[in-house]
Design a protein around this ligand. Structure first.
Ligand code: GLN
Length: 243
C-alpha cells in the first residue's frame, strides 16, 4: 500500500517535471537592455524595436514563444552563458573578446560608434577627444574604445541616458555611443550634435551559449531566410530612415 503510493507519487512527479520541461523548452528567452532605441526601448508595457521584431520572426520560424528579459547591459552575456536566457539581442557588437564567452550568429546589421557633444563643442573628430572627459555605458564597445583615447578621463554610466544627461549638464565633454541611438538621443535635445566621423565600424549579431550549437544553427538558418525575403530590411527601414 505504502509502496504503491510512493510509486504513484514518483510517477506524478516525473510527469509533472516532463510537462514543465516541455513547456519551458518552447520558450525562447531573449536577454536585452531596453534603453537603446531604435534597437530596443520600452513603450507602455511593451519592449519595441528592431531587435524584438527580428527575434519574434525567428521565434515564430523555429516554433518557439519569444519572452523578453530586460536587464542591465553588462549582465546580458552572463545571462546567456548561465542559461538564464537563450539569446542575447541588444545591438550587441561582435568582438573577439566576447567570442571567448559566447557564440555569435551571422551578423544581421552594421553599426558604428560615434561621438555626441554639445553643439558649441570644439570636438570635431575622435582625435579631438584627447585629454577630454568621455562618458560611456559600462561594458559596451564605446567603453572599450574610450580606453584607447590618450589622457582621457572615462566616466562609466550604467545607462546611456545618464551619460547624455551628464553631457547636457556639462559634467562631461562627450559621449561615445552607437550611431542610431546617438541620432535618437540628439533628436531629443536642442543642445546636442553628433560628430559624423565614425570611431569604428561594427556588426551586430545574436549571442548564444557556446554549448547551444543547435539553436545557433537554427537562428542562422532563420536569419538567412529572413534576409533573403527582405523582412529584416523591412524592419530596419521601419525604424531607421534611409539617408
Ligand atoms: N553595440 C554596443 C556594444 O555591443 C552597445 C550595445 C548596447 O548598449 N546595447 O557594446
Amino acid at each position: 500500500m505504502k509502496k504503491s503510493l510512493i510509486i504513484l507519487l514518483s510517477t506524478a512527479m516525473l510527469l509533472g517535471l516532463s510537462a514543465c520541461g516541455a513547456s519551458s523548452s518552447q520558450k525562447l528567452v531573449m536577454a536585452t537592455n531596453a534603453a537603446f532605441p531604435p534597437y530596443e526601448s520600452v513603450e507602455g508595457n511593451e519592449i519595441i524595436g528592431i531587435d524584438p521584431e527580428i527575434a519574434k520572426l525567428i521565434a515564430d520560424d523555429i516554433g518557439r514563444e519569444l519572452v523578453i528579459e530586460d536587464m542591465a547591459f553588462d549582465s546580458i552575456i552572463a545571462a546567456v552563458q548561465s542559461g538564464k536566457a537563450d539569446i542575447a539581442m541588444a545591438g550587441l557588437t561582435v568582438t573577439e573578446d566576447r567570442k571567448q564567452n559566447i557564440n555569435f550568429s551571422d551578423p544581421y546589421t552594421e553599426a558604428a560608434q560615434v561621438i555626441v557633444v554639445k553643439k558649441d563643442s570644439p570636438v570635431a573628430s575622435p582625435d579631438d577627444l584627447e585629454g577630454k572627459t568621455v562618458g560611456v555605458q559600462i561594458g559596451t564597445t564605446g567603453d572599450i574604445y574610450a580606453g584607447d583615447i590618450a589622457d582621457a578621463t572615462i566616466e562609466r554610466y550604467s545607462k546611456y541616458f545618464e551619460a547624455i544627461n551628464a553631457l547636457n549638464q556639462d559634467k562631461i565633454d562627450a559621449v561615445i555611443v552607437d550611431r542610431e541611438p546617438a541620432k535618437v538621443f540628439v533628436s531629443e535635445s536642442d543642445e546636442l550634435k553628433m560628430i559624423d566621423k565614425e570611431f569604428t565600424l561594427e556588426e551586430y549579431a545574436i549571442g548564444v551559449a557556446k554549448e547551444n550549437t543547435e539553436l545557433l544553427d537554427q537562428i542562422n538558418a532563420s536569419l538567412k531566410k529572413l534576409q533573403e525575403s527582405g523582412e529584416i530590411d523591412k524592419i530596419i527601414n521601419k525604424y531607421i530612415n534611409a539617408e
